[in-house]
Design a protein around this ligand. Structure first.
Ligand code: DHB
Length: 530
């Protein structure tokens, strides 16, 4: 047993993680193996126990990622309550750190998270009496020693499911209510959070879970919080062109979707030779038209200020995709909360479009009501303080286009999503008929439809023998164009019309980001857990 007074750092040094382990890991949490730590949050000392680097499957292929950190407010071991919760009732907050479909390590609390500009969600959760279970998950770039890929789809999801099963397997040995597990993630991590919420207990993932030696437990959760989920990947290209199809220049600057190497190295170093210059935050150098935009999640595609014109072929594919979108929407038989059937005609006009416009208009109205000056927004019509209309085409010009067409199933197989749909031996594959048909990469590898299915939450919502989470919170910023608003909107509609509780909103002025409204997120958690 490890003495409790050991620091977290000392403990981490003694817990050597081996990558490709032949060993069988116990699924029983050793509750004596923890450290105590204290952090400051809004002027309070938050004291918690840290159980870190716990491998959550019996047969891991990568213990660096298939392990989790669990944090518990110390008060629960003294019989006290925190923020109205007790050791028995405390929700279990389950954040993932996945971005760009890259591997994500188990999360840790932080007093100052650079992107948040303050405490991160894990520390905020502890301060509000949540137990935090922060699993790592494999991603699209993980490789074994022999070079085979070990983290392609659906690895990220089955890893999270295994972590949830581990929590249930160890139910009662630690504080926290395993019937109140609340998942949280952003972007690819938001898509992952939606998948966890949608696919609970589905038998379709069973072979993967068995092979990993996951605990034989349920893997459904209570609630799913999803910031800008990059999901419904095989339809997201059509949705993107329906909104951005009239904009012909894009701002993404690197192909495969990860940060450029010189930024990954941790620096704000100016690269040698030709290449984009890094904008210092707040820079107003208008002569430099080619600066990288820095306020983006670490593993999101990099972006530069200067646009690049799409090729003729990309423009041609854009038109094809845009034309195909109405049939997709109509096939979903969507209904607005007020009962209106949401459809599009062959020109892309109709009640669905009006519904999407209203989401932006509501966002703008909220901003207006709180005193934001919207006079520069030429895509909005405002009369006497009321937002009465918007122009979706002008919106696309205002927001600009991040990605060339197709936005996700890239013709040259260079998108992060192509890589996510790779296999053990093929790095990147197509996942739509268009990607394959208009392929420019030479080899037009295609993922099989079963795999594509396993990575789309929409197929599982409300399905028999699946336990979809009853509570959802979905956010997509008004300036986010990593995917079109249509994608989270359809997710929210599918959930609503199958009887799930959905809190969906478009925060004004937000781009591609998450965890920016932690007070509201945890207020929502209190409401659904109350
Ligand atoms: C992310 C962003 C993207 O634009 C994308 O296509 C996939 C993932 C991200 O930030 O996680």
């Amino acid at each position: 047993a490890v003495p409790a007074q050991q620091t977290r750092q000392q403990l981490q040094q003694t817990q050597q993680t081996t990558q490709q382990s032949q060993q069988t890991y116990s699924l029983d949490l050793d509750v004596s193996d923890y450290a105590v730590d204290t952090m400051q949050y809004e002027g309070k000392h938050i004291v918690f126990r840290a159980y870190e680097n716990k491998v959550y499957v019996a047969h891991p292929v990568d213990t660096t990622y298939q392990s989790m950190n669990i944090y518990v407010p110390e008060e629960y071991f003294e019989g006290k309550s925190v923020h109205g919760y007790t050791a028995q009732t405390a929700p279990i907050f389950l954040p993932n750190t996945v971005g760009g479909y890259m591997p994500g390590k188990a999360g840790q609390p932080s007093e100052y998270d650079q992107r948040q500009g303050g405490p991160n969600a894990i520390l905020a959760a502890l301060a509000r009496g949540c137990v935090v279970a922060a699993p790592g998950a494999r991603g699209r770039t993980n490789q074994a020693a022999d070079g085979t890929y070990t983290g392609k789809a659906p690895a990220l999801l089955v890893d999270m499911k295994a972590a949830i099963r581990y929590l249930r397997h160890n139910k009662g040995v630690l504080p926290g209510d395993t019937e109140k597990i609340i998942s949280n993630g952003t972007s690819a991590g938001g898509a992952l959070s939606a998948l966890i919420g949608a696919t609970g207990n589905s038998k379709e993932y069973e072979p993967y879970l068995k092979a990993m030696g996951a605990a034989e437990e349920r893997d459904d959760i209570f609630a799913s919080s999803d910031y800008c989920p990059i999901t419904d990947l095989e339809h997201a290209d059509m949705a993107y062109e329906w909104v951005f199809g009239d904009v012909t220049d894009y701002h993404q600057n690197n192909a495969i979707g990860a940060m450029p190497a010189f930024l990954q190295a941790g620096g704000q170093t100016i690269p040698m030779g030709p290449g984009p210059v890094v904008a210092s935050p707040g820079s107003t150098d208008s002569n430099n038209q080619n600066m990288l935009v820095l306020d983006r999640p670490a593993d999101a595609p990099a972006e530069e200020q200067k646009g690049t014109e799409m090729s003729d072929q990309q423009k041609a594919v854009s038109a094809v995709l845009r034309k195909a979108f109405p049939a997709y929407v109509n096939r979903l038989h969507l209904t607005a909360p007020d009962g209106t059937a949401l459809t599009l005609d062959k020109n892309g006009e109709g009640t669905f479009k009006e519904y999407i416009k209203k989401l932006y208009m509501k966002s703008a109205q909220t901003a207006l009501d709180s005193g934001t000056d919207l006079s520069g927004m030429d895509w909005l019509t405002i009369h006497n303080g009321v937002v009465t209309d918007m122009d979706l085409g002008k919106y696309a010009v205002y927001a600009t286009r991040l990605k060339a067409a197709p936005a996700f199933d890239s013709l040259d197989l260079s998108a992060g999503e192509n890589s996510e749909f790779g296999s053990a031996t093929i790095n990147a594959r197509h996942f739509t008929p268009w990607g394959k048909k208009y392929n420019t990469a030479g080899k037009a590898y295609q993922a099989d439809s079963k795999l594509i299915h396993l990575l789309n939450p929409l197929y599982f919502i409300g399905k028999r023998d699946v336990t979809t989470a009853p509570h959802w919170r979905i956010r997509h910023g008004s300036k986010d164009r990593d995917t079109s608003l249509v994608v989270p909107a359809i997710l929210a509609l599918c959930l609503q019309q199958t009887g799930h509780d959905v809190d969906f909103a478009v925060p004004w002025g937000r781009g591609h980001a998450g965890d920016y409204d932690l007070d509201e997120l945890f207020a929502w958690i209190d409401t659904i857990c109350g």
